[in-house]
Design a protein around this ligand. Sequence first.
Ligand code: SF4
Length: 366
Amino acid sequence: MEQAVFDYTRQDAAGVCSTKHAWAKVPAPLSRPERDALIERATALLKAQNAVLVAHYYVDGVLQDLALATGGCVSDSLEMARFGRDHAAQTLVVAGVRFMGETAKILSPEKRVLMPDLDATCSLDLGCEADDFAAFCDAHPDRQVVVYANTSAAVKARADWMVTSSCALEIVAYLHAQGKKILWAPDRHLGRYIQEQTGADMLCWNGACIVHDEFKGLELELLREQHPGALVLVHPESPRSVVEQADVVGSTSALIKAVVEGQAPAYIVATDNGILHRMRQLAPGKLLIEAPTAGNSATCKSCAHCPWMAMNGLANLVECLEQGQPQIQVEEGIRAKAQGCITRMLDFVAAHKAKAAGMKAGIGAA
Ligand code: SF4
């Protein structure tokens, strides 16, 4: 069955998803002494406050290193949710974007969840406003509501299932096998990819990630000609013309795994370039090449780096620990409802761990 797309007219990269505000708040580069002093201060504050740093692969490499050095984690959003929930620390500091902080708070309401900057959001979240989404759900009561992690707590409160790119394929395949029809939101590219892989009946919201949406199929073809031995690794939030050229399609964790375990000497990587930091650490000696976006032209909105992820820096991390804010708050009624779809996903993943295969042949996606 063909994927049907619900055309959400407010999804507009130049309007509601404008990145201008975010770029203006990206911290300026630090000198070596400034950086070292802030790392020392952040380390001391994390320890003194029994706090743990939970960072995404797309944030600055310095924050990723700090998270690992202080007993925190660097991971995809599925593992961030699991790690935050299961860790004994009473303060979680989430270096990522707002929905990640909200997910942590939804799962651990008794914990204090700090973030360096609450304005760090996501075009998928911005492009899926809760009231509009509720109307969409109301119009299709016969469908299971499956939402991507990159949504607000209020949108999750309307969902039956939350998924991340690590487990979306398996969960939709499971629902499809039960004869369920699906209402999917918000990423149209990931929705299309999953629909094509599973054959499920999916009605999709018309959202997009401003970073992955920028990867270009034609430019990728030309780049592949220059690097004939390179494997192409693609996150499924990318357009079809890019996904079609992939050797591996998968979540950030799956793409890292593909580089670490792959035999090829070179890899073209189509996801946020923040991931290259961890890939270089785990697979030194392998050539990593960024997949092409539109380049530095007038139309380039992202250049393969998420401006909201880039808002996380050492200075605002230290500041949030010193001041105990900004903190993530989620209204209890919404939190309790949203918890159901996240817990369902975590339980599914735990139960199906052994079977969890990659999003493309042979590559683990978790
Ligand atoms: S990279 Fe894309 S999906 Fe991830 S937070 Fe940024 S805008 Fe959202």
